[in-house]
Design a protein. Structure first.
Length: 167
């Protein structure tokens, strides 16, 4: 089971990194083409602007997934000085984040379902807005997976601390 989880996490990392690179490169190329077209040809494409905007949304949320994966979000420190307090605070913060992400994923699912029911599409490209709204659902699930992984790690750290304290 542990080998399966390790391989799954490895492939998730590859997919997240590929998504991050793809969205940044694509968005940059679209914006560059748009700027060149405006300067040299006095031409602007609303479709390119909308596409770049949608890709930017994906890029930002994939960046949030990577921050969660690397456990590099903003943290609060200095409240507890001793190790048990720090470990318990870290565990509690991971638990609260996971709870929030569960609510976020549920809300995101409802949002995507609403977009699909209403058959909503973007004004310029005509792309179903569920493609854009699914950003929240997909990245929310990925952040929840990484937070759950870090939560189990925090539980292990607390357990190891108390096991070592009794020895």
């Amino acid at each position: 089971m542990k080998e399966f989880i390790t391989k799954t996490i490895k492939y998730l990392h590859i997919a997240e990194d590929a998504g991050r690179i793809f969205t940044i490169v694509t968005m940059t190329a679209l914006v560059f083409i748009q700027v060149v077209a405006r300067i040299f040809f006095k031409w602007s494409s609303p479709a390119m602007e909308e596409a770049a905007r949608f890709i930017m949304i994906w890029s930002i949320f994939i960046g949030a997934v990577v921050s969660t994966r690397e456990d590099s979000h903003i943290k609060m420190g200095g409240i507890f000085k001793r190790e048990p307090g720090v470990l318990w605070f870290e565990l509690l913060s991971k638990l609260v984040c996971f709870g929030f992400l569960c609510v976020f994923v549920y809300w995101s699912y409802e949002f995507v379902a609403h977009s699909l029911r209403r058959n909503m599409s973007s004004i310029v490209l005509g792309v179903p807005l569920a493609v854009v709204h699914s950003t929240f659902l997909v990245t929310g699930v990925l952040m929840a997976i990484h937070t759950l992984y870090h939560l189990f790690d925090s539980i292990g750290q607390v357990a190891r601390y108390y096991k070592g304290a009794r020895s």
